[in-house]
Design a protein around this ligand. Structure first.
Ligand code: NAP
Ligand code: COA
Length: 271
């Protein structure tokens, strides 16, 4: 069968699928868990990755794991709450490695606490790391991005869409991130920058899941709350990020890609 010419025109270049050679990608919170999984995956696809986090030992271990696998990685110690230091750090990344093709904001902090017992500083701490920190890295990156074609990705969570007990701070922060992504997509699209988010469900072997699953019973409850009845892997989130940053997603902006096994659907009454 002959494909009409109109259908073959203006199609994405699929030969470039999953090819990150020559791309420079920054991942805040890339020294452990999901962020590290994203960094390792994009480095395996050929990207030169820069990882931001607070703890030097974690940065060293993360970059060593990528370099041992044949990739290119550098670590930068910075707290995403410190806007001036974030700007300085990203400028150093740009200076050392060139224009940034994609930045993934994965840094976050969380703990379980009833709202009635949550101090003002506890609430502010999570808002500052998750929401303000995401704004800080995105806005500092904007002048350093390779435009057009650059991509910004926030890592959000099902908490943005569903109220959860003991999570008022994280729910508010992640809901703020979802709207921030849409607003920045609207304002920065004309500059050639796409802004999207990935919303992971419960991901095995991560700090986030261990904080959420204080006992084996709660862990089972969380797993059963997904439609797929299983935890995801960091690799699942990395695949979603790789797609959103690629040319194949060139017309996607302001979107929240749910990669959560159906967690947001709210199946909290399974047998
Ligand atoms: P994680 O292993 O604890 O990773 C958090 C990362 O952020 C680390 O690299 C950490 O390094 C860094 N970080 C924390 N606070 C920071 C700060 N103030 N400044 C700079 N870096 C900071 O967490 P995770 O469970 O993989 O979660 C990663 C992301 O996925 C988060 O956005 C989380 O909300 C989201 N998420 C996770 C799950 C899950 O099941 N795990 C589900 C939904 C969404 P340092 O501590 O050294 O700074
Ligand atoms: N329950 C109630 N309040 C808590 C708490 C808990 N489990 N843990 C911290 N807080 C409160 C503190 O008491 C403090 O408030 P106060 O000044 O009124 O006492 C406030 O939160 C800040 O705590 P602090 O320990 O100074 O924050 P930090 O900036 O050093 O660390 C955290 C931030 C607390 C989020 C820390 O857990 C962290 O760094 N987490 C990163 C890893 C992570 O959470 N990964 C999962 C990602 S989903």
């Amino acid at each position: 069968m002959t494909i009409p010419e109109t259908l073959t025109q203006n199609q994405p270049d699929r030969s470039a699928a999953a090819d990150y050679r020559g791309k420079r990608v920054v991942i805040s919170g890339g020294s452990s868990g999901i962020g590290l999984g994203i960094a390792q995956h994009l480095a395996a696809l050929g990207a030169q990755v820069a990882i931001l986090g607070r703890t030097q030992d974690k940065l060293d271990a993360a970059t060593a794991s990528i370099i041992a696998a044949g990739g290119h990685a550098a670590g930068f110690s910075v707290d995403v709450r410190d806007a001036a230091k974030v700007a300085e750090t990203l400028a150093a990344c740009r200076e050392q490695h060139g224009e940034i093709d994609a930045l993934i904001a994965a840094a976050a902090g969380n703990f379980f606490v009833p709202a009635a017992k949550m101090s003002a500083n506890a609430f502010k701490t999570v808002i500052d790391i998750d929401l303000v920190g995401t704004f800080n890295v995105f806005s500092a990156a904007l002048p350093l991005l390779r435009k057009p074609g650059a991509s910004l990705i926030a890592i959000t969570a099902p908490q943005a869409q569903r109220a959860m007990p003991l999570q008022a701070h994280a729910c508010a922060a992640k809901a703020g991130i979802d709207m921030l992504v849409k607003c920045l997509a609207l304002e920065w699209g004309a500059l050639g920058v796409r802004v999207n988010a990935v919303s992971p469900g419960p991901i095995a072997d991560t700090e986030g899941l261990s904080k959420l699953s204080a006992s084996p019973e709660i862990e089972t409850f969380v797993r059963e709350a997904t439609a797929l009845k299983r935890f995801g892997k960091a690799e699942d989130i990395a695949q979603a990020v790789a797609f959103l940053c690629s040319a194949q997603a060139g017309y996607v902006t302001g979107s929240i890609l749910d990669c959560d096994g159906g967690m947001r659907l709210g199946n909290f009454h399974s047998p």
